[in-house]
Design a binder for this molecule. Structure first.
Ligand SMILES: Nc1ncnc2c1ncn2[C@@H]1O[C@H](COP(=O)(O)OP(=O)(O)OP(=O)(O)O)[C@@H](O)[C@H]1O
Length: 602
């Protein structure tokens, strides 16, 4: 059901156009063709509300009848454009390098060429009339489709399942048709709707220029062309086709926008088996009144059976800093992204519960999310707009979400920048992000999170890009901010030593699952899972012989698409038995505030 005003408007307009195309010719067809020598070139009257043409035919009836032809021509042009575009866009994936470069270069040149000129040129070359105009508009639309197909195909090409198919030696055209095209079909279809609106306007333009539909046929553009010569004497004769063209163009463009927005929100991959449905509502249970963040059975899946986060549960309580630790690729960042609603398309997030202070995260407004949840990422430049001054960006949180004036917002921004110990905060607020050092930028991002009233701060590897001294300062700042603001924090890191220093509790992830959760105080000596123990053992201490290479865990973590039935760590585990590889160990209690998933220690 459409919900936003633009969705309602687009649904009404498009339905109207389709109904008109179906019922227009049978109902008003005869009136549109009826020649009346006594009513030639008349203006508006009761009998002819939009006037008549040079043969005395009723213009209102002609506008209503022309809808079908206009829509059919636009649909044909769009399909031609999409077909040429998808072929051109997909070719670089199957051609040898040189051919691919040639096609890409041609597409780039065509994208830069004005569409209407391309359409006019093609129409003139292929013969004036409806066929030439349709071909012309089709050719003008094609480069846009080609560029979109290329970009989408390139983004899917790096997915694990495409790499796996390539490594299996599948021919390129099969990789393209089986693995790439089905996964980019949905955005292409959405683009088709928007292109239909553009084609309608383009065809009307061609007919208006005299290059399109020729008499005795007529579409809205042709009616506008005929009426335009009389626009100063009887302007109403041009109004009908103008209104029809505008409404149809707006309707299809808005429909494309609405569908694209909806698809981005639901992000269900096209043409692929969908991941398991979310567990039944009652599995969510009752909200934990103690929890700032409650995550139950969180799963993040991508097309092709890639499930990098599998049934993850965790709880963060007020004032607590919980660390998520794991090797690269264990699913830490996707967990953070899923909590923040930032999993990129075409990822699908399912969960039994995802609550912030007892409230379903999906039900929170942008304002509640913007002020209640602060996200700090590894690269502060990714969170700061390089074109804006730091103070202005921070102030935006207050002006957009809290209804503050710009002056109030700026005052609060300077105050928050001082709070995170940026020297001379007024001066820093006037600077652009590139004028600050990496550590200062990260402080500014933390200050941005503090502009609201965050209940939870999610910090995803916030110190990885910084040098060791600055790392320590930022970690100290995070602890201070949590203590002062009363917020809780979820701290993500691959470094168990850093987690051990900063956090109260640690959640250890391996290949998308929680394998152990324990208080940080139990890490040294109290860890139960062989993986956690190996992580702790790989840390150097005072007695480590620094002349020897650091201990590391032999083997590698399996890629998300290659995780088997049982424990994903079994292949690297010294304690593994045949049961470990065959059966998934459940996460069970192992002493006070301690959970573990391992057959051999429970
Ligand atoms: N857009 C995507 N499409 C398909 N797979 C993805 C996508 N994003 C991430 N993945 C897969 O999910 C897995 C987990 O990624 P994630 O970034 O959460 O790991 P991580 O533990 O944070 O690692 P790192 O420390 O390297 O960031 C990776 O193996 C990656 O291949």
């Amino acid at each position: 059901m459409p919900r936003t005003p633009s969705a309602v408007v687009s649904a009404v307009l498009v339905t109207l156009m389709v109904v008109l195309a179906i019922i227009g010719p049978p109902i008003w067809g005869a009136a549109a063709e009826k020649i009346d020598a006594g009513a030639i070139l008349q203006g508006a009257s009761a009998a002819h509300p939009l006037g008549t043409d040079n043969l005395g035919r009723d213009l209102l009836a002609r506008v209503l009848v022309a809808g079908r032809y206009s829509l059919v021509l636009a649909l044909a042009a769009t399909l031609i454009g999409a077909a040429i575009g998808v072929v051109l866009g997909a070719l670089p994936s199957v051609l040898p390098r040189r051919g691919a470069r040639l096609v890409t270069g041609t597409v780039n040149a065509l994208v830069a060429f004005p569409g209407l000129l391309l359409a006019m040129f093609t129409a003139v070359v292929s013969g004036m009339g409806a066929r030439g105009a349709v071909l012309g508009i089709g050719v003008a639309i094609a480069p846009g489709f080609a560029r979109l197909t290329q970009t989408l195909a390139a983004s899917v090409a790096r997915a694990d399942y495409v790499l796996a198919a390539r490594m299996l030696g599948l021919p390129r055209h099969l990789v393209l048709s089986r693995h790439v095209l089905p996964n980019i079909a949905e955005p292409l279809l959405l683009n088709l709707t928007q292109a239909l609106g553009g084609a309608l306007l383009g065809l009307a333009g061609m007919s208006f220029l005299g290059l399109g539909v020729q008499p005795p046929d007529f579409d809205w553009g042709r009616l506008l062309f005929d009426g335009f010569g009389r626009i100063y004497v009887t302007p109403e004769v041009a109004i009908g086709p103008v209104v029809a063209i505008a409404l149809a163009g707006i309707g299809f463009n808005l429909l494309g926008d609405t569908l694209a927005r909806r698809a981005a929100r639901t992000a269900v991959p096209a043409g692929r088996a969908e991941p398991e449905p979310p567990p039944a509502a009652d599995a969510a249970g009752v909200a934990d009144p103690e929890a700032v963040l409650e995550v139950r059975e969180l799963t993040v899946a991508f097309p092709g059976g890639v499930t990098p986060v599998r049934g993850l549960s965790l709880t963060v309580r007020p004032g607590e800093i919980v660390g998520i630790v794991g090797e690269s690729g264990s699913g830490k960042s996707l967990t953070a992204a899923a909590i923040g609603g930032l999993v990129p398309y075409p990822g699908v997030v399912t969960h039994a519960a995802l609550r912030l202070s007892g409230r379903d995260l999906a039900g929170l407004s942008q304002k509640e999310l913007g002020t209640g949840l602060a996200m700090v990422f590894q690269d502060p430049m990714a969170s700061l707009n390089p074109a804006l001054r730091v103070g202005g960006q921070l102030a935006e949180v207050a002006t957009v979400h809290q209804g503050a004036t710009r002056a109030e917002g700026l005052r609060r921004a300077v105050d928050r920048l001082g709070h995170v110990h940026l020297p001379e905060p007024e001066k820093q607020a006037r600077r652009h992000p590139h004028e600050l050092s990496g550590g200062m930028r990260q402080r500014a991002v933390i200050a941005m999170g503090l502009m609201g009233d965050p209940q939870l701060i999610i910090a995803d590897e916030p110190t990885t890009a910084l040098d060791v001294t600055v790392q320590r300062q930022i970690l100290r700042l995070l602890r201070e901010v949590v203590e002062e603001s009363g917020a809780a924090a979820l701290f993500i890191s691959h470094d168990i030593a850093v987690v051990g220093e900063l956090c109260d509790r640690v959640v250890v992830m391996y290949a998308g699952r929680v394998v152990e959760e324990l208080p940080v105080s139990s890490l040294a000596g109290g860890a139960a899972h062989p993986y956690t123990r190996a992580l702790v053992d790989s840390l150097p201490d005072m007695e480590t012989d620094r002349s020897l290479p650091l201990a590391s865990i032999p083997g590698t973590q399996p890629a998300p698409a290659l995780v088997g039935e049982g424990c994903a760590f079994a292949g690297r585990c010294a304690l593994a038995t045949p049961r470990c590889a065959a059966e998934l160990p459940p996460v069970v209690e192992y002493g006070k505030a301690h959970l573990v998933a391992c057959w051999e220690v429970t």
